[in-house]
Design a protein around this ligand. Structure first.
Ligand code: F6P
Length: 351
């Protein structure tokens, strides 16, 4: 009987998100304490795997981190599959460390790369992390709820200054391909206008809404706009084409402010929330979800059930084959309940 202790490598890749440390802790505790596995903690995502930067982890490395933001392993946006030499190095270090599996914590890009690792014939498990909540195949990714609290708090704060000065305050919220964060924080913060990439906006419709508010006595407005927002005239442009068209130009919120200015004498101010949305301690929801997903990943490894993403489906934590989900993005559907309810509660999407 083969009694070799299983050994896995763990890395965090892509933009960081609160919840990575609780997930690392969950995986490592379950794997080491319950299933007696060895763990190589790989530094800085795929860059560390390619360069062979990894070390055996001890319980003291992953204890006392559940409340910490960021990732104790470090991260990077390294894309090894663009370079044959890097792919060779990746395979070499996987084998050299004698890994039974590679656990990748990350968003859509990481999901895609985890699937490419699988296609190399290596064992892999992916855990969905992102503040954007756009990982396909899971109802929720860890990181989203923490960012949502930060963005909602910002939208709340913008209300008081907007009201005092009778201004239009535009909050730019992260989310390039999908508008979950702008949508949810806009609703939770009571934004008057919400603009998301999935619903191209007509600036005239937004103007109408602001004017109606003004006439009805509301002398200020708050707009929540996703960074990947598109005007109606850009609706057919892909993400890449949008990037090219607006390279080096002001971001979505500033473009919107300029478009409003061209239509009337609006006193607008822009607040780009940026990286405060990704920083800080994970909220309780993200700690719990990350722990559930992390411990499930350890269970899958113990069973030798590889090639999956760990996902939330309803109230269950399930394993979804990577080949079924990799390369797709979970955008906000047109008929999403939250859009309908926001409209009924008086918010416009400019459509
Ligand atoms: O995917 C998370 C995210 O924060 C997006 O919302 C944002 O568009 C992007 O990462 C920013 O990337 P970077 O960390 O490379 O600046």
């Amino acid at each position: 009987m083969n009694t070799k202790t299983k050994r896995f490598g763990i890395l965090t890749a892509g933009g960081d998100a609160p919840g990575l440390n609780p997930a690392i802790r969950g995986i490592c505790k379950a794997a080491q304490l319950e299933y007696d596995m060895e763990i190589i903690g790989i530094q800085d995502g795929f860059a560390g795997l390619v360069e062979g930067r990894g070390e055996l982890m001890r319980p003291s490395d992953y204890s006392g981190i559940i409340h910490k933001g960021g990732t104790i392993l470090g991260t990077s946006r390294e894309r090894p599959f663009k370079d044959e030499e890097k792919i060779k190095q990746l395979i070499y270090h996987y084998n050299n460390w004698e890994l039974d599996c590679l656990v990748c914590l990350g968003g859509n890009g990481t999901q895609k790369r985890a699937n490419l690792v699988r296609k190399l014939g290596l064992n892999v498990i992916h855990l969905p992390k992102t503040i954007d909540n756009d990982v396909y195949g899971t109802d929720m990714s860890f990181g989203f709820h923490t960012a949502l609290e930060a963005a909602t708090d910002a939208v709340d704060r913008l209300h008081t200054t907007a009201a005092s000065h009778k201004r239009i305050l535009i909050a730019e919220i992260m989310g390039n391909s999908a508008g979950w964060l702008a949508l949810y924080s806009g609703i939770a913060g009571g934004a008057d206008v919400i603009i998301i990439p999935e619903i191209p906006y007509d600036i005239n419709k937004i103007k109408e809404h602001l004017d109606e508010r003004e006439m009805s006595g509301s002398k200020f407005s708050v707009i929540a706009v996703a960074e990947g927002a598109k005007a109606l005239f850009d609706k057919d442009l892909s993400k890449k084409e949008m990037k090219k068209k607006y390279e080096g130009q002001p971001s979505a919120a500033f473009r919107l402010a300029a478009e409003l200015k061209a239509l009337g004498d609006y006193d607008t101010r822009v607040s780009v929330l940026g990286y405060v949305q990704r920083g800080g301690a994970p909220v309780a929801y993200d700690r719990v979800l990350a722990t559930q997903m992390g411990t499930r990943a350890a269970e899958l490894m113990a069973k030798g059930d590889y090639g999956n993403m760990v996902a939330l489906k309803g109230m269950d934590i399930v394993a979804v084959p990577l080949e079924k989900v990799a390369g797709k993005t979970k955008v906000v559907p047109d008929d999403h309940l939250s859009i309908k309810s926001a409209k009924l509660a008086g918010t416009t999407f400019g459509d």
